[in-house]
Design a protein. Sequence first.
Length: 132
Amino acid sequence: MTEKYLPLVAEVPLFSELLEKTKDCMVSSLPLKEWKGLLSEARKASAAEKEPVREAAARAIVTACGTWQTPTNALGFCFYGAAAMAYHQAGTAETKETYDMLATKELEQILASLKQVKTAPDEQAAKLQWNC
């Protein structure tokens, strides 16, 4: 994420701060309440973004950071990340087919990345209810 999506919103330091603070919160060196406030602020900033590449990249970062508390965010991260890269590579005036092709390539890269870090099946694995 830091190599692909963060550079697309580099002019807004809030998103890199959110990534760092998420890591801090995960290891209990930042209070959850403080992190949630920053996450909320970053969500508002991503929603206010008007340029499609930056909006999708910002939403990918915010959604990914929320994944450690809400695992179902992972799916949204994938979609926002794919949209960010498709718009970044093709601009905003291409055909649906072009965006689909570019997004598919990005989703394939995300899947390959996830396969590299997957762990063995866990008997204590979380049981998720996908309400979508």
